[in-house]
Design a protein around this ligand. Structure first.
Ligand code: G3P
Length: 218
């Protein structure tokens, strides 16, 4: 399973990349706003900086909600750097834009997926990735992992090459569950990625090893 980090924070991106396990980055307008990145030039510069840090796909989201606007914004984003994947919202105009970009060989990530029907539509249009929002479904007492399992079955039935990018991942158990059910990619915060390394028995064991070594070596 590929690991993407879901943030526009450069320090978190650098830290995750330095671990050697990071395959890509996803952003969205809320994450960009959280970092205070405002205005066209600043947004484009920020995406470029991320692309120069991480050697892998970087999802950059369009703001337009009409086909022509999405095409205009998406083409500008794709021209910025070869790492850019154009992130398109799951609306009918977005489906048209995904088909357009697919024909042009520009990679897309269809975001805000909350049902298997939406995933199927985006895959048929040729999306490179579809992003089911695991955590947000869990927030409304609906199984996010259940949706990913359903999409996995459908994509496998028909050999869709569209990758399932589990998004809105909140904690390490989400990551483990995504791996168990065969998500192709997960994107989550640095905290969830780092938490995978934690186990109290590892800490106790390491302390013991170091103490035993010190006893005889001083
Ligand atoms: O990748 C989508 C993600 O940014 C949404 O996460 O935690 O806001 O539901 P969250």
């Amino acid at each position: 399973m590929k690991f993407f980090i879901d943030t526009a924070n450069l320090s978190d991106i650098k830290e995750a990349y330095s671990l050697g396990i990071l395959d890509g980055v996803t952003t969205n307008p809320s994450l960009m706003a959280k970092e205070g990145i405002a205005g066209y030039d600043a947004v484009m510069k920020h995406y470029l900086t991320i692309c120069e840090i991480v050697d892998g796909p970087v999802s950059a989201e369009v703001i337009a909600t009409d086909f022509e606007g999405m095409v205009r914004e998406g083409e500008a984003l794709a021209a910025l750097h070869s790492n850019i994947v154009v992130k398109i919202p799951m609306i009918l105009e977005g489906i048209k834009a995904i088909k357009y970009f697919s024909k042009k060989g520009i990679r897309t990530n269809c975001t805000l997926i909350f049902s298997a029907g939406q995933a199927l539509l985006a895959a048929k249009a040729g999306a490179t990735y579809i992003s089911p929002f695991l955590g947000r479904l869990d927030d409304v007492s609906t199984s996010g992992t259940g949706l990913i399992q359903q999409i996995r079955l459908i994509f496998d039935n028909y050999g869709f090459e569209t990758e399932i990018l589990a998004a809105s991942v909140r904690h390490p158990m989400h990551i483990i569950e995504c791996a168990e059910i065969g998500a192709d990619v997960m994107t989550g915060p640095l905290s969830a990625i780092k938490a995978l390394a934690n186990h109290p028995l590892t800490d106790i064991g390491l302390q013991q090893f170091l103490a035993d070594h010190a006893k005889v070596n001083g």
